[in-house]
Design a protein around this ligand. Structure first.
Ligand SMILES: [Zn+2]
Length: 430
């Protein structure tokens, strides 16, 4: 990546002024300041380790008007996303989740050979591939050329572009209006939220449905998932904010499901406001629960920062204790969120000898900022560490099952979030 080519936001020095990405009102209130951090997907090649590395403020603000939690945009998305290192298909449980969704929604909406399913940020085709055996036509939109190429190789037509009003208008003009639009874990990564949601409204057929999945801010706060805050995620949504966003773009939320993915996500079902689709009881129910949990109360957001600092101290004391005993620790996984955790807590190779990842694209690279080497998963069997720190804690059940043999040499897992916890595979039921 060319550092000079990046556009930096000119800051007036106060750091906490600007306008809200959704409602344009001035935004001043800090939710949590995680200090300076590199872009969490900017893994370093060996030859880059001696070079300078750009760090940006990782400072989450909350809009007091629409309650959108957001980061300022320091780097243009085309630099973040044109060569993306995240391949969805490397997570077994995520692919299974996608498959279950495809079968469920196809049945619910009665999709058939005359329908069109469009996925926004279709990645390597991990989701759309499941519609192909059902004979349902699909179209992916994916701005990262390298992952889009993998999808095309699977026979999934893919537009290598950013989605917004302009692309939606062109697609509709070309007869590509959608019966179903799927957007999983893309909303947070959209810099121009209003252009993106405006595009959804245009691309939907009159009775079409759009489902969006995104981590629920309520879970982020309740379970202390501060490491899901990183530069590539510009926005963090409560259901309250989603309802406001839908209304602003003449859409309505017709249903909402709570999912366990990514530490607790929402799947909202949107339709055009004038469509005949009724609103399910789940919508007012979740709205009421969020109200009761203090979604509108700024003290809810203020309390979060103190909890984050406590979690950092707790994790570091576990790691320091282990190193004082002369134990060997390595990481599992090199997800984006891992890099927020490692950089914020200052966990480098003084604690972790290396980390491993199932994605071969990351092997031989180093984590941004902390420069922890990334090896294939088998490196754990060779090194036989005493502790394995699970960085993608949202997949901890899957990882603990896959790696439970570390118990053979007395190895244990450390799960960092919501509070540092040690799991001994020998004490688990078989
Ligand atoms: Zn706002």
């Amino acid at each position: 990546m060319n550092i000079e080519a990046r556009r930096f936001t000119i800051d007036d020095g106060s750091r906490t002024t600007g306008s809200c990405r959704l409602c344009n009102m001035p935004i001043r209130r800090t939710m949590v300041d995680l200090g300076m951090s590199p872009l969490c997907e900017s893994f370093r090649r060996p030859e880059e380790r001696d070079g300078m590395e750009p760090f940006f403020p990782l400072h989450a603000l909350v809009c007091e008007h629409c309650l959108l939690v957001q980061l300022k945009e320091y780097v243009t998305p085309d630099h973040i996303f044109t060569e993306y290192a995240y391949f969805s298909s490397y997570s077994t449980s995520w692919v299974a989740h996608a498959k279950a969704y495809c079968h469920g929604i196809a049945q619910r909406l009665g999709l058939d050979a005359n329908s069109l399913v469009v996925e926004l940020a279709s990645n390597d085709g991990y989701l759309l591939q499941h519609f192909l055996p059902m004979g349902i036509p699909v179209l992916g939109v994916e701005p990262a050329a390298n992952v889009a190429a993998v999808a095309k190789g699977k026979g999934i037509p893919t537009l290598v572009e950013f989605f917004g009003v302009a692309l939606a208008e062109r697609m509709v003009a070309e007869g590509q209006a959608a019966d179903l639009i799927a957007g999983n874990n893309v909303l947070a990564q959209v810099p121009d939220l209003n252009d993106f949601v405006g595009g959804i409204r245009i691309l939907l057929k009159p009775e079409g449905v759009c489902t969006l999945e995104f981590p629920h801010l309520e879970r982020l706060i309740a379970e202390n998932q501060f490491d899901t805050i990183y530069h590539e995620h510009f926005s963090y949504f409560s259901f309250h904010t989603i309802l406001r966003m839908a209304e602003k773009h003449r859409l309505k939320v017709i249903d909402v499901e709570e999912l366990r993915t990514h530490g607790g996500s929402l799947r909202v079902h949107l339709a055009r406001i004038e469509s005949t689709r009724p609103i399910a009881p789940s919508v007012p129910a979740l709205q009421a629960r969020e109200e009761a949990a203090g979604v509108r109360d700024m003290r809810t957001y203020d309390a979060f920062a103190a909890k984050v600092k406590r979690t950092k101290r707790r994790l570091l004391s576990v790691l320091i204790g282990a190193k004082d005993e002369g134990l060997k620790i390595c990481g599992y996984g090199a997800p984006g969120k891992g890099n927020t955790l490692l950089n914020y807590c200052g966990i480098g190779t003084d604690f972790l000898d290396f980390t491993v990842d199932r994605n071969p694209y990351k092997h031989g690279l180093f984590t941004p900022g902390m420069h922890i080497p990334i090896h294939p998963v088998e490196a754990i069997d060779e090194a036989k560490p005493d502790y394995v720190l699970i960085l993608p804690w949202n997949l901890k059940d899957e990882i603990v099952q896959q790696m439970r043999h570390i118990g053979d040499w007395g190895g244990k897992f450390i799960v960092p979030i919501p509070e540092a916890t040690i799991i001994d595979p020998k004490e688990m039921p078989t």
